[in-house]
Design a protein around this ligand. Sequence first.
Ligand SMILES: C[S@@+](CC[C@H](N)C(=O)[O-])C[C@H]1O[C@@H](n2cnc3c(N)ncnc32)[C@H](O)[C@@H]1O
Length: 191
Amino acid sequence: MENNHPSFARIIEEELIDYRIRSRFYHPSYVKRLGLSGTERVLEFGSGGGCMSRALARTLITEGSLSCVEISAYWIEKARQRLKVFTNIEYLQGDITRMTVPENHFDAVIIHFVLHDIEPVSRIDVVSALTKVIRPEGTLFIREPAKPNHGMPLSEIRALMQSAGLREIHTGCTRSWQRTWICDGTFKKSW
Ligand SMILES: C[S@@+](CC[C@H](N)C(=O)[O-])C[C@H]1O[C@@H](n2cnc3c(N)ncnc32)[C@H](O)[C@@H]1O
């Protein structure tokens, strides 16, 4: 887990594809499917440049709040600039396994295309740290690519969530327009 400055190629890709296209068309429909009521306290783990955060902040605009957790100083600053009109967002830069975040506090945690980028041996520590901050009966939503060379299989997502003590509500995989598999899951904290 490093606080890396992104490569020039990644900055361009994020600006042209993630920010201009995905954040307008794909992220809002994903957030809608989560079924949030708008009153929740949500933590978005690995929020990057805020492409998903915009749709979340809009959903939570009146009574909810969003905490963006991001390891990269570059991306958290990018998100802060892009989303400055929203007053319901807090920005937390750092490593979730070492940060002080209130326990049993969040109604929902969202992990979107992040865990597969973290080295496999560290994933359980990250999921355990995120589980601690979810309130009892709160929800963890996860969505990750399942490509063998750059992704993680659904079986690993399930095993990690089970190891952290989370209860499975739903899991499934769908084929993207790029013909790669994407897996998602909804898990609950029972205690
Ligand atoms: C592929 S981007 C996804 C951004 C966003 N979730 C989305 O779907 O638009 C992955 C992000 O996770 C961040 N990240 C990777 N490891 C992390 C960690 N240990 N803690 C917090 N953020 C992390 C990266 O810096 C990067 O911004």
